[in-house]
Write a protein that binds this ligand. Structure first.
Ligand code: MN
Ligand code: MN
Length: 315
């Protein structure tokens, strides 16, 4: 087996999906405090202290690492039978390890997340973050405060724009509210996949008043081409994927599942268009809860989706 320089022997794992130690897509593990460069760096954020319902997303980074052993990115990339060509050939991917949360000290945890994200941005062209619950997107977006006119695409069953919930302002119901308040460079948010009976009317009106584009799951089901045309174009774009945007039939392992979700193919098409038509500056995937995922399908789906986004980005 060829051994390109970015895949040193000391970090090489076996060929079978389940041989370890597990890293994202069997990429080499290189800690953030070492100096290295790569095309893609994937950072785990095992923080789920912002969950209001069923916890478990703290276990997601390692579950996605394990599942992604099914999709190792070798030097030749993936063979795509639709184009009879290789995707991701030559891409250098690194597993940058995990942020160490300060558990209940949310401010310190968020500070560490922002700092790690800033460091990762200096090392790679595309930083990828695996949460964690959705509260982590607020400190992640803080690491992009130097990007003018930043646009965000949030794929989610829920708005996550509540001012507060259960006396906290930093839960997984509020990351985009906090980001909108604190980050003057955050120009616009597009949310796709909204549904359910729990929408907070104050949050909904506040997001609308700020000009956010709110697209329901039903609109995706009824007219995906129209939704694709409404996505941002030609922008610096940060994409935040809450795995609960997917229908629970393909992603049951999450804290707050909602029926009538998006199909995998719909989410893939949204991501393909968003990545193709914008300059992707970062991506997170949050809310996988492995303890609620007895078949492992959610982690496998999440790993596959991440691999697919990398393919769209690499071209
Ligand atoms: Mn969310
Ligand atoms: Mn959600």
């Amino acid at each position: 087996m060829p051994n390109p320089t970015h895949r040193p022997d000391r970090t090489r794992q076996g060929e079978l999906p389940f041989t370890g130690p597990a890293t994202f897509f069997k990429a080499p593990y290189l800690p953030l405090d070492e100096s290295w460069e790569a095309d893609v760096g994937i950072l785990g954020i095992p923080y789920d202290f912002g969950v209001g319902f069923r916890p478990g997303a703290r276990f997601a980074p390692n579950a996605v690492r394990e599942a992604s052993g099914r999709y190792p990115i070798g030097p030749e990339g993936y063979f795509d039978p639709t184009t009879e060509d290789f995707r991701l050939a030559g891409v250098r991917v690194v597993d940058a390890g995990d942020v160490d949360p300060a558990q209940l000290e949310y401010a310190e945890s968020f500070r560490r997340i922002t700092e790690a994200a800033r460091t990762l941005r200096r090392r790679v062209r595309l930083p990828v973050f695996v949460g964690g619950d959705h509260s982590v997107t607020y400190p992640l977006l803080k690491a992009y405060d130097d990007v003018p006119e930043l646009h965000v695409l949030q794929l989610d069953a829920h708005l996550d724009f509540s001012d507060h919930r259960n006396s906290t302002r930093y839960s997984n119901s509020s990351p985009f509210r906090r980001a909108a308040e604190d980050l003057p460079n955050l120009a616009h948010v597009t949310v796709v996949g909204l549904r359910g009976l729990r929408t907070n009317p104050e949050a909904y009106r506040a997001a609308r008043a700020r000009g956010h584009r709110l697209i329901l799951a039903r609109q995706v089901h009824e007219d995906l081409p129209w939704v694709l045309r409404t996505l941002p174009q030609g922008r610096p774009l940060y994409v935040s994927v809450d795995v609960d945007v997917l229908d629970p039939s393909v992603a049951p392992g999450t804290g707050s599942p909602e029926v009538e979700g998006l199909r995998y193919g719909e989410v893939a098409k949204l991501l393909e268009a968003a990545v193709r038509d914008n300059r992707l500056v970062g991506l997170d995937l949050v809310e996988v809860a492995p303890n609620l995922d007895p078949t492992g399908l959610t982690a496998l789906t999440a790993a596959r989706l991440l691999a697919e986004v990398l393919c769209y980005w690499w071209g």
